[in-house]
Ligand binder design. Structure first.
Ligand code: NAI
Length: 510
């Protein structure tokens, strides 16, 4: 089957490359004269480099290039079995192109759009055969990124979706099915990764380097601030802004004035030399961490709760020779639900170290009457790394030093931040899970697809439903509800899918 590609920019050229690599004849057209030829010339240089490095056989590179034909007239794609458009991201221009293509190709030809934000339903509105139009959303850079969102509009034939998914698989990609809704899957579920960081910055709870370090420790390849700098604040801002408009102003997608300020000031990130960080030359530094040492015998630690965070810390401390006991909450007066404390904690002497449930340390201290109290962020990995900690206002210096020491001994560099509700990792992950849950609830994709999409489309270390399994629906709902109580708006409303699952657990279902 021959493939027609319209638009020979970054994406079109990448799609042409993978289709040709899979053995297809490819016609590549661009409205700008010479652009398709230039794209093939650039690909030739890239492939030559790979040949020189011994990563690609010369003959393979030659035959791949031989299969891509830059064409001057759009009519040349008329014999293609599938035509994929990767032109400018404008509804009117794409509609005009699709109408033109429909007149050129046979009724069996599939029309695909690489749009990242326009409704496939809207794109197909004026087509004679809207059932053959589908979204085929590749990620940049196309040859490297495995994910393809196969996006069905209201009129798209399910057989067309299956054919396109099968084609994507043969091209070495991993397709997921999605329904055409704002942001599709990846761009929608990823919003809180940026939004939570921006709100933490706006409320001056943490610095960009603290937020980035905390999320890198949680396994993300890049923190949100460095990632926004890489994407470009103008691009990232406009995606959020378009989600806001497309969702009829769901306040969950409200863009940030922090990012607006960067955009207005031309501080767009790497491409302008400055965003949250300066480029080049400013290396990313780990934020300052404490070196407090408390010279005492290995103390006794009591671990309450069974979360990954407390059991991991308990194991790390016991590995360092500390005397660790695990208390059952029911036997423990401190662990009662009405004590105002958190379910998961460590007790060292008179110091309580609580794992965040969404409440700030000051609130927990006020509700429980314990002033020597710290709240720490959740831990998601066994690998050592920084962890955020905040103290209740009345916490004594000696007790603070105990917490710093405990975390250091456990191989977790303590990173003291202001008393942020939900800290950094817990609120970000809870909101990613929540957004994914809403997407599934609304039939945008299924759970497995949401996990695949976020791991392959954004390189997340785990999928949102994998995190849900690790943290438990009770903990995730709890964090969201506590944040909702603190912020009082629509932003932290828990998804009905999570709520239903929680109720199901309470009555013995799943
Ligand atoms: P680009 O600006 O690099 O390339 C677009 C090309 O389309 C240009 O060469 C332009 O001359 C050509 N073009 C514009 N109007 C045309 C028309 N009416 N007929 C034929 N050719 C036309 O853009 P890029 O980044 O390749 O994006 C293309 C599409 O892919 C957009 O819809 C974009 O939203 C989507 N996309 C982009 C991603 C990215 O990271 N750049 C990721 C995923 C999707």
């Amino acid at each position: 089957m021959a493939v027609g590609i319209v638009g020979a920019g970054t994406m079109g050229a990448g799609i042409a490359q993978i289709a040709a690599a899979a053995g297809h004849k490819v016609w590549l057209f661009d409205a700008k004269s010479g652009a398709a030829t230039q794209a093939v010339d650039k690909l030739r240089i890239d492939l030559q480099k790979r040949v020189d490095m011994g990563k690609l056989a010369y003959a393979e590179a030659q035959s791949l290039l031989g299969r891509i034909e830059p064409v001057d007239a759009i009519a040349a794609v008329s014999e293609a079995g599938i035509v994929i458009e990767a032109i400018v991201e404008r509804l009117d221009v794409k509609r005009e192109l699709l109408a033109e293509l429909e007149m050129l190709v046979s009724d069996q030809t599939i029309l695909a759009s690489n749009t990242s934000s326009i409704s496939v339903t809207a794109l197909g509105r004026d087509l004679r055969l809207p059932q053959r139009l589908i979204g085929m959303h590749f990620f940049n850079p196309v040859p490297a990124m495995k994910l393809v969102e196969v996006v069905s509009g209201a009129a798209t034939d399910s057989a067309v979706a299956r054919t396109v998914a099968d084609r994507a698989t043969r091209w070495g990609k991993v397709p997921i099915y999605a329904r055409s809704t704002p942001g599709f899957v990846v761009n929608r579920i990823a919003r809180p990764f940026y939004a939570e960081a921006l709100l933490l910055l706006q409320d001056r709870y943490a610095t960009p380097s603290e937020i980035d370090a905390a999320l890198r420790a949680a396994g993300f390849r890049m923190g949100p601030c460095e990632l926004m700098d890489l994407i470009g604040h103008d691009v990232n801002f406009s995606v959020t802004d378009s989600m806001l408009a497309a969702s009829f102003f769901d306040r969950r997608y409200t863009p940030s004035i922090v990012q607006r300020e960067l955009v207005d000031g031309g501080l767009l990130g790497r491409k302008s030399g400055r965003g949250f960080y300066h480029y080049p030359a400013e290396p990313l530094v780990e934020p300052a961490v404490s070196n407090t040492q408390v010279n005492t015998d290995p103390p006794r630690v009591s671990v309450r709760g069974d979360s990954f965070t407390v059991t991991t810390l308990g194991a790390e401390l016991s590995g360092e020779g500390w005397d660790v006991e695990y208390a059952h909450p029911a036997e423990d007066s401190l662990g009662h639900a009405d004590s105002g404390l958190m379910k998961d904690m460590l007790l060292v002497g008179d110091m309580l170290i609580c794992v965040t449930d969404g409440r700030p340390a000051a609130e927990v201290a006020a509700q429980s009457g314990h002033r020597h109290l710290a709240v720490i962020d959740i831990i998601l990995r066994e690998d050592p790394g920084p962890v955020c900690v905040a103290f209740a206002p009345g916490c004594g210096d000696r007790q603070r030093a105990v917490v710093h020491n405990l975390l250091e001994v456990a191989g977790r560099k303590p990173m003291e931040i202001a008393d942020a509700p939900g800290m950094v990792v817990a609120r970000t992950v809870a909101m990613l899970v929540n957004e994914a849950a809403d997407a599934v609830q609304q039939g945008v994709c299924d759970e497995a697809s949401a996990d695949i999409a976020m791991k392959l489309g954004t390189n997340y270390p785990a999928g949102p439903f994998e995190w849900l399994g690790k943290l438990g629906v009770h903990a995730v709902c709890h964090i969201l509800d506590r944040l909702d109580a603190v912020y009082r708006g629509e932003r932290y409303r828990a998804s009905l899918l999570l709520r239903r699952r929680l109720w199901g657990q309470k009555v013995g279902g799943n």
